[in-house]
Write a protein that binds this ligand. Structure first.
Ligand code: FEO
Length: 166
């Protein structure tokens, strides 16, 4: 049987991953409507990943005899002031998610739930990649400065395929 406190904090994480998915969908839709096709594709793929994270947690809670309550999700922002500030927001959001994953690790230790502690390590590693990937994009955007984003929009998808190969 899943420890109650662990079940609670995992349910909170279900909401955070689902919100992340919707946040990236909102960003993708904004980018697409601005003609940034590559950036939109990157964000749509990211939204899918976040949905998979959410599903992973739902399945784990239920498998371990707990119960997942599917929550309401807050409406993500509709407008973004530009590509760079949007990716600043992506990084900030991922740092927030990393902190909440670390919080799950802490609760697992406190509750001596070593099974979930072991299971959640996948997310710990995933967060390293998620932050690195946002940082990588921001490095490239900083190099560009106020230059045109045409090449960046084309190349952002190769950044993604390098990641999935690595
Ligand atoms: Fe599932 Fe990007 O955190």
């Amino acid at each position: 049987m899943l420890n109650k406190k662990v079940e609670e904090i995992l349910n909170v994480q279900v909401e955070k991953e689902g919100y992340s998915s919707n946040l990236y969908l909102a960003m993708a839709s904004w980018a697409e409507s601005r003609g940034y096709e590559g950036i939109a594709k990157w964000l749509y793929a990211q939204a899918e990943e976040e949905r998979e994270h959410m599903l992973k947690i739902i399945a784990y809670i239920n498998e371990r005899g707990g119960r997942t309550i599917i929550p309401a999700f807050a409406k993500p922002p509709v407008d973004y002031t530009g590509v760079k500030p949007m990716f600043d927001q992506v990084l900030e959001h991922e740092q927030y998610v990393t902190a909440s994953i670390n919080e799950i690790v802490t609760v697992c230790m406190q509750e001596k739930d070593y099974t979930t502690h072991n299971w959640v390590q996948w997310f710990v590693t995933e967060q390293i990649e998620e932050e690195a990937s946002a940082n990588n994009i921001l490095d490239k955007l900083n190099l560009l400065g106020d230059g045109p984003l045409y090449l960046f929009d084309r190349d952002i998808l190769t950044l993604r395929s390098e990641e999935s190969q690595g």
